[in-house]
Design a binder for this molecule. Structure first.
Ligand code: NAD
Ligand code: TYD
Length: 354
C-alpha cells in the first residue's frame, strides 16, 4: 500500500505515521505537510531516512503541487489530517480555516478522482456535533447526531465532512470519515490544554483556565485514535462515518489539578481567565458503532495515559522549548539548506504565552 498522510508533521498525523510504520513496514508513507506554525519537521526525524518514507513540503490547497505528487506516487490511500486545528486561532482569524479545512479537502478529493484511489479518509472531529449540556450526562454524540457547530473551526470541519459525503455520493469516491474526541499524548503543540498546562506548570507560570473550568471534554490517548483509523482503513465500510472516543469525560479544572498533582505544583498557579467566546460545554462520544462493527476499544486508561504524556514532556523538554523559542521553524531550512522566507507565525504563540 502507498499512503499519502497529510498534516503528518503535526500532533496526530505524526503519531499515525509512527504507528503505521511499525504496524505495516511494507507500506510506503508519503507525508505531505505545509509546515505551518503547527507543523514541526523535527518530530519526524527518526523516520526521515527510512526507505519507505518520504516527506514533501506542500500546501493541500496547491492543486498543481498535489496533482504532481499523485502522478509521482500513485497513492492507494489518502488520510487527511492537514487542518488548522485550534479553536482560539479560528476565533481570531477564521479565513485560513476555511481555506485549508474546506478548499484543501476538496483539492485532495479532486486529485483522488483524477488519479483514482482505493480510499480517501477524512479525519474529522466530534466538534462538528456542537456541544451537549452539562446537566444531561446520559446524552452522547452518535453518528446520526445532527451537525450543529459553534466555532469557525468546527464549522470548517463540518463543511469539509459535507463535501466528503457529497464526493462519495456524486462521484462515487470511496470515502470514510472518522470523528474523534479530544486527543492527548506525545508531540501535541503546546497551545492545547494538556501540553500547555504541563509546560507552564513546569516553568511555574500561571495556568489560564477559561471561565470556571467546568467544561467537559472526552479524552482519548492518541495511539488509540491511530489504531482506530488503521482499522477503518482496513475494515471500514465505504461511505460510513465512525465516531471514536473512550468514555473518558473530565472537567478542564480536574485535568489542570491532576497535572499540578503529578508535577508537585500548587493549585495557586491556576488563574481563571476570561472565557472563550462561544465555549462548547461538553463533548461526549458514543463509540458503539466502531466497537460493534470493527471491534475497536480504547486500550489506554486516562490515569496511565496522562502519566505517560507528562513523562514524555519531561523527557522531551528540548522539543517544546524549541517551539516556545520559535527555533523549530528553522529546522526545515537546516534540513534542506534552503533560504526560503517563512513568516514567523510563532509570534502569535510568543505574544500569547510568554
Ligand atoms: P495539528 O495542528 O497538530 O497539526 C496540523 C498539521 O497540518 C500541521 O503539521 C500543519 O503544518 C499541517 N497543515 C496545516 N495546514 C496545512 C495545509 N494547508 N497544507 C498542508 N498541511 C497543512 O493538528 P492535530 O491536533 O494533529 O489534528 C489533526 C487532525 O485531527 C485535524 O484535522 C483535526 O481537525 C483533527 N482532530 C484533532 C483532535 C485533537 O484533539 N487534536 C481531535 C479530533 C480531530
Ligand atoms: P483545547 O485543548 O483548545 O481543545 P478544544 O477546544 O478543541 O476542546 O481546549 C480544551 C478545553 O480546555 C476547552 O474547554 C478550552 C479549555 N482551555 C483552557 O481552559 N485554557 C487554555 O489555555 C486552553 C488552551 C484551553
Amino acid at each position: 500500500m502507498r499512503i499519502i498522510v497529510t498534516g503528518g508533521a503535526g500532533f496526530i498525523g505524526s503519531n499515525f505515521i509512527f504507528y503505521m510504520m511499525k504496524k505495516h513496514p511494507d507500506y510506503k508513507i508519503i507525508c505531505l505537510d505545509k509546515l505551518t506554525y503547527a507543523g514541526n519537521l523535527s518530530t519526524l526525524k527518526d523516520v526521515m531516512d527510512e526507505p519507505n518514507f518520504r516527506f514533501v513540503k506542500l500546501d493541500i490547497c496547491d492543486r498543481e503541487g498535489v496533482y504532481k505528487l499523485f502522478e509521482e506516487e500513485h497513492p492507494d490511500l489518502v488520510v487527511n489530517f492537514a487542518a488548522e486545528s485550534h479553536i482560539d486561532r479560528s476565533i481570531e482569524n477564521p479565513e485560513i480555516f476555511l481555506q485549508t479545512n474546506i478548499i484543501g479537502t476538496s483539492v485532495l478529493m479532486d486529485a483522488c478522482r483524477k488519479y483514482g484511489i482505493k480510499r480517501y479518509h477524512q479525519i474529522s472531529t466530534d466538534e462538528v456535533y456542537g456541544d451537549l449540556p452539562l446537566d444531561w450526562p446520559d446524552l452522547f454524540f452518535r453518528e446520526d447526531t445532527p451537525l450543529h457547530t459553534s466555532s469557525p473551526y468546527s464549522s470548517s470541519k463540518a463543511s469539509a465532512d459535507l463535501l466528503v459525503g457529497a464526493y462519495g455520493r456524486t462521484y462515487g469516491l470511496p470515502v470514510t470519515i472518522s470523528r474523534c474526541s479530544n486527543n492527548y499524548g506525545p508531540y501535541q503543540f503546546p497551545e492545547k490544554l494538556i501540553p500547555l498546562m504541563i509546560q507552564r506548570a513546569l516553568d511555574d507560570k500561571p495556568l489560564p483556565v477559561y471561565g470556571e473550568g467546568q467544561n467537559v471534554r472526552d479524552w482519548l490517548y492518541v495511539e488509540d485514535h491511530c489504531k482506530a483509523i488503521d482499522l477503518i482503513l482496513e475494515k471500514g465500510t465505504v461511505g460510513e462515518v465512525y465516531n471514536i472516543g473512550g468514555h473518558n469525560e473530565m472537567h478542564n479544572i480536574g485535568i489542570v489539578k491532576l497535572i499540578c498533582d503529578y508535577l508537585g505544583k500548587p493549585y495557586s498557579l491556576i488563574e481563571h481567565v476570561t472565557d472563550r467566546k462561544g465555549h462548547d460545554q461538553r463533548y461526549a462520544i458514543d463509540p458503539t458503532k466502531i466497537h460493534e462493527e470493527l471491534g475497536w476499544l480504547p486500550e489506554t486508561v486516562f490515569k496511565d495515559g496522562i502519566k505517560k504524556t507528562i513523562q514524555w514532556y519531561l523527557d522531551n523538554k528540548e522539543w517544546w522549548e524549541n517551539i516556545i523559542s520559535g527555533d523549530y521553524q528553522n529546522y526545515y531550512q537546516e534540513m534542506y539548506g534552503r533560504s526560503e522566507e517563512r513568516k514567523n507565525e510563532g509570534n502569535y504563540f510568543s505574544r500569547r504565552l510568554l
